[in-house]
Design a protein around this ligand. Sequence first.
Ligand SMILES: Cc1cc2nc3c(=O)[nH]c(=O)nc-3n(C[C@H](O)[C@H](O)[C@H](O)COP(=O)(O)OP(=O)(O)OC[C@H]3O[C@@H](n4cnc5c(N)ncnc54)[C@H](O)[C@@H]3O)c2cc1C
Length: 331
Amino acid sequence: MNTAQHKNIHVFAEQREGVIQNVALELLGKARALAKQSNENVVALLLGHKVADKAQDLIAHGADVVLCVDAPELEHYTTEPYTQAIAQIINDQKPSILLIGATTIGRDLGPRLSARVGTGLTADCTALDISEEGDLLMTRPAFGGNLMATIVCKDHRPQMSTVRPGVMLKDAADASRKGTVEHVSVTFDPSKFKVKIKETIKESRNLVDITEAKILISGGRGVGNPEGFKKLQSLAAAINAEVSSSRAMVDAGVMSHERQVGQTGKTVRPDVYFAFGISGAIQHVAGMESSDYIIAINKDKYAPIFQTADLGIVGDLHQIVPLLTERLTRK
Ligand SMILES: Cc1cc2nc3c(=O)[nH]c(=O)nc-3n(C[C@H](O)[C@H](O)[C@H](O)COP(=O)(O)OP(=O)(O)OC[C@H]3O[C@@H](n4cnc5c(N)ncnc54)[C@H](O)[C@@H]3O)c2cc1C
């Protein structure tokens, strides 16, 4: 493949019911930084039905061009219509890079698309950079998260990568940014559509989003059981925080997966992250090390979490948590 023909960084602007997902804005921020290095344009791919009014938002967050595909076939995400539409764009526009959020939609779309256009895909990247030769350096955890691997896709284009929500930082919106919006029409082959959405039933569970919390009180195996987590909840209530957890407590059935921090959970960056009874395994640290201020409480003074923490307290959390709650609640 003549890779030199390929230019510009495309970002899949995932929207759900017309709401642009945060991860798309985060990827636009990263794409801008990469585009500065490679001297290319950032192009947002906005697919859906009656969503063109979202284009300006994408420009404000870093897109130079928005390619908008508006079609009833794209109203709800299903694999085949979205794959057909983006494959056509890739074949016409020949982007050098395509970034996709590693959401449930992105994880479905990315592999199908990369196979359709005959290129590679690096999933769940945690860092992206441009090499001296101009290739995309895609870094992701490998071997169970015990080392970081940097992957290069030298011979095929686009260089495709999925990135988990919360990993990249979105740029602040700049309403004065200028960009162009182009409407692209796509010819679908409905004979290949395998799935038809008949009805959408929303889960009524009240899901918490720990990625939005300003203060997180996280508990690990040292907290031990639901009784231990009740102590963390009292502390959280006193300082308006959310409770999260390590995977050990999710695997033990004490906490739900939506509250798990780490490589196979969520990536968080609150103002303050408390780590109670968490040892600091690399897979946990990968999800919280960008927090502004990390306070670790562990009875083992050699626990690895202290290497990541800004403030460390060596002691028994079962004594410290009630004391802290009492002190912070006292008027
Ligand atoms: C592919 C893969 C993906 C993974 N993904 C994740 C992930 O997303 N998130 C994640 O968290 N893990 C993940 N893990 C698991 C990870 O490797 C660790 O096993 C896990 O993080 C350990 O959880 P922990 O720190 O709560 O438990 P432990 O490692 O058992 O640590 C418990 C800590 O509590 C301290 N402690 C005990 N009692 C007290 C007390 N009374 N007071 C104070 N301190 C006390 C101990 O000193 C110890 O440091 C993953 C592993 C693999 C292989």
